[in-house]
Design a binder for this molecule. Structure first.
Ligand SMILES: NC(=O)c1ccc[n+]([C@@H]2O[C@H](COP(=O)([O-])OP(=O)(O)OC[C@H]3O[C@@H](n4cnc5c(N)ncnc54)[C@H](O)[C@@H]3O)[C@@H](O)[C@H]2O)c1
Length: 246
């Protein structure tokens, strides 16, 4: 098992991509902490059925005090954290002409500041043990700009791609790798908001001619979190069926 004995914290783990990452990591022997502002009992029992240790915590990642309390709970439960997956994210669809200051701020608070807060809280564990894996789930929008979302979304994700490279450089001396997965067109609640017309046009634009799955995102996150990726850091891995090849 590739994550035997490791403790992994996954944000936005109640559903969608985060849920699949939690399941995939538990299948590989990790003790998983499911972090979400709206935890799901169904997800928790699905992960628990895999027989590994599971802790489910209600945490809003925009609230730094809540994150500090979360760390106390995790330390009591398992000791230090080995793997952090920053997956929680939100999206809105307004164009720049309609986007309000509050909408902009909210996206930045969750997608960018929340990611920073989680790294800030967990990195001391990783530095102390001279080992850690951080995987940030960003988006193709953070690489090429927004196709379907508000410009706040792509800007927040692009900033996390840059944060990924900055932390990778600064944390390398402690044996900590920091990478990102940048998905496009994954079947989850987030993409379920698309119209049929939009869905068809997105699929037509993808060389592999289909949407991706949350399970496929989880495989990529697992690879970057595992020791198989020990010489990879600062990388943003495209996961888009060939839509963007760079
Ligand atoms: N679905 C896609 O096509 C797609 C494409 C590119 C990138 N992504 C990214 O992948 C990640 C997961 O996407 P998804 O489609 O599974 O989303 P989703 O909306 O299905 O799930 C997001 C989860 O994050 C949680 N969450 C939101 N705000 C939070 C907060 N402040 N604190 C704690 N938890 C919070 C939600 O409760 C939810 O459980 C996001 O970062 C998203 O931007 C998704």
């Amino acid at each position: 098992m590739r994550l035997e004995g490791k403790t992994a914290v996954i944000t936005g783990a109640a559903r969608g991509i985060g849920k699949e990452i939690a399941i995939r990591f538990a299948e590989e022997g990790a003790a998983v902490v499911l972090v979400d502002m709206q935890p799901s009992e169904e997800t928790e029992s699905q992960v628990r059925a895999l027989d590994g240790p599971v802790l489910s915590l209600a945490v809003d990642i925009t609230d730094y005090h809540a994150i500090e309390s979360m760390m106390t709970r995790i330390h009591e439960w398992r000791g230090s954290v080995d793997i952090l997956v920053n997956n929680a994210g939100i999206i809105t669809r307004e164009g720049i002409l309609d986007l309000t200051k509050n909408q902009w701020q909210k996206i930045m608070d969750v997608n960018l500041n929340g990611t920073f807060y989680m790294c800030k809280a967990i990195l001391p564990d990783m530095v102390a043990q001279r080992y850690g894996r951080i995987v940030n789930i960003t988006s193709i929008a953070g690489v090429i700009g927004d196709i379907t979302a508000s410009p706040a979304y792509g800007t927040s994700k692009g900033a996390v791609n840059t944060l990924t490279r900055s932390l990778a450089r600064q944390m390398a001396e402690y044996g900590i790798t920091v990478n990102a997965v940048a998905p496009h067109a994954i079947e989850t609640d987030m993409s379920a908001q698309w119209s049929d017309e939009k869905r068809s046009s997105v699929i037509e634009s993808i060389p592999l001619n289909r949407m991706g799955t949350a399970r496929e995102c989880a495989h990529a996150a697992l690879f970057l979190a595992s020791d198989e990726a020990s010489f990879i850091t600062g990388e943003t891995l495209n996961l888009n069926g060939g839509f963007l090849m760079d």
